[in-house]
Design a protein around this ligand. Structure first.
Ligand code: ADP
Ligand code: MG
Length: 401
């Protein structure tokens, strides 16, 4: 995806007393009535506080769970009001609507620099339907629109896409940082570029692989996906997680890579065991051609990691999605931890721009203690993967019109 031009908060003039409609991601994981992780609120904090600091009245728009177009008390955004207040260090006003006279009245009470939290936008079917009338009723409340929810940008919904057509539209600071990082990784990267694609299954990441072979110079395959690639090359992978029916697909991807001048790196050594458990007695490291019929490949081997480290040393850019092994269970985290540390060190030395994303990938980098040492770690999940597939994200496209 090419870097698209979009307006940022730097392009705002005097916004004192203006009403900002700000789309954020407040879809927080909950545990016993409060959020177990407030990373998403922290990501939106700079944008919110910058706008309130400049005297705007900020109306937060967000979805929370999947209420399917109906009100539901447990899916009200009021569930996270306390968490948002704690992260922002400010009291906010909950508004149980997203449009209409009650919302208008509430906004009338807000002073400059105050914050209102609107209810779950998905309580109204017009949100997911991207109904222009619904979007217009929300737009009527505000003077301008800020989208700071990259993680929802792969959805063309009223508050992620529709509003951008109805009001002056700006990318928030988190959105701006995400788009800048993603552009540096695949849009307009310094070459050579390496991509690490790991995780459980090839079938969930086919579109990612197909996009990457035409864009990167080195495609590093790890995780369960590597088993499928190895099997397609005629290697006996024993009892490993493997999609044997994808042989033709894998061979086609390898051919495309060949034509595009992309080197595909498969491991030559692997970590195997007869049972999937922590530190099993049957654990051993072997060449990929020596896997026994009753063994499973659960990580790539130390020789492979060493070679991949050498590859990364020759690269200027790295984009990473998916762990190299079953990293939740020791010692099958070893390769992921080792390569993550190499990537982090190269990033810190200034020789590598490193961008990573994906639920398990973020967890694995945190486990390696290097999440803060990469250039950028995206927590956007689905939107990150769609971006890796080279697809245009509607929420981003609408900001760039
Ligand atoms: P992400 O969430 O970062 O996109 P995925 O969900 O695609 O990553 O894959 C992560 C999962 O893949 C992890 O649960 C990990 O245990 C699993 N996995 C990685 N390698 C293997 C393997 N060799 N065998 C079985 N599972 C694996
Ligand atoms: Mg996952």
């Amino acid at each position: 995806m090419q870097m698209t031009k979009f307006k940022t908060l730097d392009d705002l003039g005097d916004i004192t007393g203006k009403v900002a409609l700000v789309r954020v991601d407040l879809n927080l994981p909950m545990h016993e009535g409060s959020a177990s992780d407030v990373t998403r609120v922290e990501a939106a904090r700079p944008t919110i506080l910058e706008l309130t600091g400049k005297g705007a009245k900020v109306l937060l728009l967000a979805h929370f769970g999947r209420p399917k177009g109906q009100r539901s008390s447990v899916l009200s955004t009021s569930m996270v009001q306390g968490d948002v207040e704690r992260v922002l260090g400010k009291e906010i006003m909950f508004i149980p609507e997203v449009a209409g006279p009650v919302a208008q009245q509430a906004i009338g009470i807000l002073g400059n620099g105050d914050i209102g939290l609107m209810d779950n936008v998905r309580f109204w079917p017009g949100e997911e339907a991207n109904d222009p009338q619904f979007a217009a009723s929300i737009a009527a409340l505000g003077d301008f629109y800020v989208n700071d929810a990259f993680s929802a940008a792969h959805r063309a919904h009223a508050t992620t896409e529709g509003l951008a057509h109805l009001l002056p539209a700006y990318a928030g600071r988190a959105m701006e940082a995400e788009l800048t990082a993603l552009d540096a990784a695949l849009g307009n990267p310094q070459k050579p570029v390496a991509a690490v694609v790991g995780g459980a299954k090839v079938s969930t990441k086919l579109a990612v692989l197909e996009n990457l072979v035409g864009k990167v110079q080195h495609l590093i395959i790890g995780g369960g996906m590597a088993n499928t690639f190895l099997a397609a090359r005629g290697v006996n992978v024993g009892k490993s997680l493997c999609e044997h029916d994808l042989t033709d697909t894998v061979n086609r991807i390898m051919d495309e890579a060949d034509r595009a001048g992309c080197t595909v790196h498969l491991p030559y050594d692997v970590v195997v065991a007869k049972e999937f458990a922590a530190n099993p007695p049957s654990l051993r490291i072997c060449n990929v051609h020596e896997v026994a019929a009753d063994e499973m490949i659960l990580d790539i081997g130390p020789l492979a990691v060493e070679t991949l480290g050498d590859v990364l040393k020759t690269c200027r850019t790295l984009v990473w999605n998916g762990p190299l092994g079953a990293f939740e269970t020791p010692p099958f985290d070893a390769a992921t931890m080792a390569l993550a540390r190499i990537a982090a060190a190269l990033t810190q030395e200034g020789s590598l721009v490193s961008v990573a994303g994906g639920g398990d990938t973020v967890a694995a980098l945190a486990q390696a203690g290097v999440a803060g040492e990469m250039t950028y770690v995206s927590t956007a999940g689905g939107a990150f993967l769609e971006w890796m597939e080279g697809r245009e994200l509607p929420g981003v496209a609408a900001l760039s019109k």
